[in-house]
Design a protein. Structure first.
Length: 154
């Protein structure tokens, strides 16, 4: 078991003020998606979801699977302009890493090769064609990632 406070575990870069972030599509509607789980104690299976900007697909996946028992989720982006840029601490935290596209797997391998030893990286092949919590996106995520989570849906 690992214990740490959130700022020590993920570093201060995880806590950017909302003024520092670029507006997302969902902000125009005045609703904010549920934030990914911040791990304070390692208790379940750790599953981060990665996409380019961490605005639509990976936050949707983190929210959908955060309700599954025994699964800890997080989300991050791999592009420099991502709302939450993937950190080496998140890679170390993960048991399995889900990426949305093959280009994300390539970027992940280039940037975090030394931290990926023994980690399973699964490409879900989900294009950037969906809005946050789009029912079709949720269905694709559940069908693609759900079979790797080894838990029953609540």
């Amino acid at each position: 078991m690992y214990k740490a406070n959130a700022s020590a575990w993920f570093g201060t870069e995880r806590r950017n003020s909302s003024a520092d972030r670029k507006p997302c599509k969902w902000q125009a509607f005045g609703t904010r998606p549920k934030l990914p789980i911040i791990l304070l104690e390692r208790s379940g299976d750790q599953r981060p979801f990665l996409c380019s900007a961490n605005r639509l697909r990976s936050p949707t996946a983190a929210q959908v699977f955060s309700t599954w028992p025994g699964i800890e989720t997080d989300s991050a982006g791999l592009s420099n302009g991502a709302d939450v840029l993937l950190s080496s601490e998140q890679v170390e935290w993960a048991d399995i890493i889900f990426v949305m596209e093959k280009t994300h797997r390539n970027k992940l391998n280039r940037r975090f090769r030394s931290s990926l030893h023994g980690k399973r990286v699964i490409c879900l092949d989900i294009p950037d064609d969906y809005e946050f919590m789009d029912p079709m996106l949720v269905r694709l995520l559940e069908n693609g990632a759900g079979r790797f989570l080894f838990r029953t849906k609540p």
